[in-house]
Design a binder for this molecule. Structure first.
Ligand SMILES: [Ca+2]
Ligand SMILES: [Ca+2]
Length: 223
């Protein structure tokens, strides 16, 4: 099912808690865990592993998603490329850049600071927050494989296999099943958009060691 990123941009966070993003990071230890999470996200986005994220990393993320769905229409492929580069990279990550020419690659420290701002200053800049969650809503649509409405365990396993081909199958399946059980909050065998966005929100906003979502969205946190 197709979903337009801009169309979901303005309503996708309705229903998610307004309060959590405001009161988070009360202690140094919470801030340390948050920083580890953002370093983990950075590592995932830095697809070529050169220590900076740039437009080419976002192009590679788009191609990786497209490779998972070989039957996808050309129109949909182009839409995903557009969303990852022109919207997510240019408008969100490179959006604060007002220098000449294309935005230089982003190093880790400013990335951590920018992600902190997205959550800490949500009241001031709701747009960045909404774009981020709209993107995760779009990621949820990429998990669809069996053509039947809703992300089933089968869909989720296919998505994990495709995203992490380097991880041995038995480990991946075990991890996928554990994660799915946690993500499927009403245990109806389907991971819906709200379940997924709920987990993403918990991932970013609950920064205690016992948060069950810490290692779910992006896998184990890097140090
Ligand atoms: Ca890179
Ligand atoms: Ca399905």
């Amino acid at each position: 099912m197709m979903k337009n990123l801009i169309a979901v941009l303005f309503f996708v966070v309705i229903g998610l808690s307004q309060q959590e993003s405001i009161s988070f990071l009360r202690s140094d230890s919470e801030r340390r865990i948050f920083n580890r999470k953002i370093r983990t996200v950075f590592r995932r986005l830095d697809t070529d592993g050169n220590g900076v994220i740039s437009r080419s990393d976002f192009e590679a993320v788009a191609e990786k998603i497209i490779r998972c769905h070989p039957d996808m229409s050309e129109e949909r492929k182009d839409q995903i490329r557009h969303e990852m580069t022109d919207l997510l990279w240019e408008q969100n990550f490179a959006g604060g850049y007002d220098g000449e020419g294309p935005r230089p690659p982003i190093t880790l420290a400013p990335f951590v600071d920018a992600m902190y701002e997205v959550f800490a200053n949500r009241r001031k800049d709701e747009r960045a927050y909404r774009l981020l969650f709209a993107m995760y809503a779009e990621v949820h649509t990429f998990m669809e494989f069996d053509g039947r409405e809703g992300v089933s365990l089968y869909d989720y396993e296919q998505w994990m296999k495709c995203q992490h081909p380097q991880i041995p199958q038995f480990r991946l399946i075990r991890a996928a099943r554990g994660a799915f059980q946690l993500l499927d909050r009403d245990q109806n065998g389907l991971l819906d958009e709200y379940d997924f966005l709920y987990a993403v929100q918990k991932f970013y906003t609950v920064n205690t060691p016992n948060n069950i979502y810490n290692n779910i969205v992006y896998g184990p946190l890097v140090e």
